[in-house]
Design a protein around this ligand. Structure first.
Ligand code: NCD
Length: 314
């Protein structure tokens, strides 16, 4: 298996080979998760700690269920109630964690780079569950698995990523991943929500939804990340929906079999029409959630194997 990594911190470090290894393993977990007995003992005896310094519903639940199905002892740390809010530094937190001897540490943090920093200080494998605007690798991997299953391939697809690109770690990780797999990526959104220098990533940028969506195979919508905005990015939500919200009319410009994706949580009626989001003929949003568990199981299995191999060698 070609997954020579101690941590999963971002897509940036992964080769196309490593990505395919992980996705292929995740396929096996999709089958396990659809069967009656969903238990495996791959992580038996190992301890997984989920530390979320930022709110999360689906990502935390997904990592928790993934660890439990693999037989790990899973602990969720209530970060807001813990000493972090009392001013403990990230390094102190790392020291405390080390003393508890976890094997897998899943971290979400509001600051870009915080998860990488923590990974340098702990002895276990670290999985980035989203750091600031930087990366959200398991989200990009689950999106990619969803695309591969629905389109039957992972290259030479036309993929539009739409909306609040500037604040989105999901967009960043997906641009890198889908770019490595040689797809054509278009970014669509208002200039205020487009990061500067984005054209260097080898993407095409559009300000008009209908133009940008023309003939695309995949439409990936992003949540308007109001919590990361300090005003003035959009005129009003109503106006935003009118220009950039995905509805059936705008989607009609994409390929007839184009799929609609969203990482959740959705602002219905702001970036996406609610009826379209629920349309099982176009939307794969439910599948994305399902693939999330399988991808996280695969990522944790690969890292646990590497950890055990390194401990055996020590
Ligand atoms: C994303 C995140 O947290 O970055 N959500 C998620 O992981 N399910 C996207 C978002 O919050 O909009």
């Amino acid at each position: 298996m070609s997954f020579p990594h101690r941590h999963l911190l971002g897509i940036e470090q992964l080769s196309p080979d490593a990505i395919v290894t992980l996705l292929d393993l995740a396929e096996r977990y999709v089958d396990l998760n659809r069967s009656q007995n969903k238990h495996s003992s791959v992580l038996e005896g190992l301890t997984q700690i989920n530390m979320f310094f930022e709110n999360s519903t689906r990502t935390q639940a997904s990592f928790e269920i993934a660890g439990k199905r693999l037989g790990a002892d899973v602990m969720n740390m209530e970060v807001r109630a813990s000493s972090i809010s009392k001013g403990e530094t990230l390094i102190d937190t790392a020291m405390t964690l080390n003393a508890m001897q976890p094997d897998l540490l899943v971290v979400r943090h509001p600051h870009s780079g915080a998860v990488d920093l923590l990974a340098q200080k702990v002895h276990c494998a670290v999985l980035n569950a989203g750091d600031g605007r930087h990366e959200h690798p398991t989200q990009a991997l689950l999106d990619t698995l969803t695309i591969r299953r629905s389109k039957g391939r992972l290259h030479r697809l036309r993929i539009a990523i739409c909306g609040d690109i500037a604040h989105s770690r999901v967009a960043r990780s997906n641009i890198m991943l889908l770019g490595k797999m040689e797809n054509r990526i278009r970014l669509i959104g208002p200039p205020t929500l487009m990061p500067s220098g984005i054209a260097d990533f080898g993407v095409e940028v559009f300000e008009d939804m209908r133009e940008g969506l023309r003939d695309v195979d995949v439409v990936m919508m992003l949540r308007l990340q109001k919590e990361r905005m300090d005003g003035g990015f959009i005129p009003s939500e109503r106006e935003y929906f009118h220009r950039f919200g995905l509805d059936a009319e705008k989607l009609s410009h994409a390929a007839p079999d184009a799929i609609v994706m969203h990482p959740g949580p959705m602002n219905r009626g702001v970036e996406i029409d609610g009826t379209l989001a629920d349309d099982i003929n176009r939307s794969v949003i439910r599948e994305q959630v399902e693939m999330g568990v399988a991808v996280r199981m695969a990522a944790m299995e690969l890292l646990a194997r590497n950890l055990q191999a390194s401990r055996g060698a020590a």
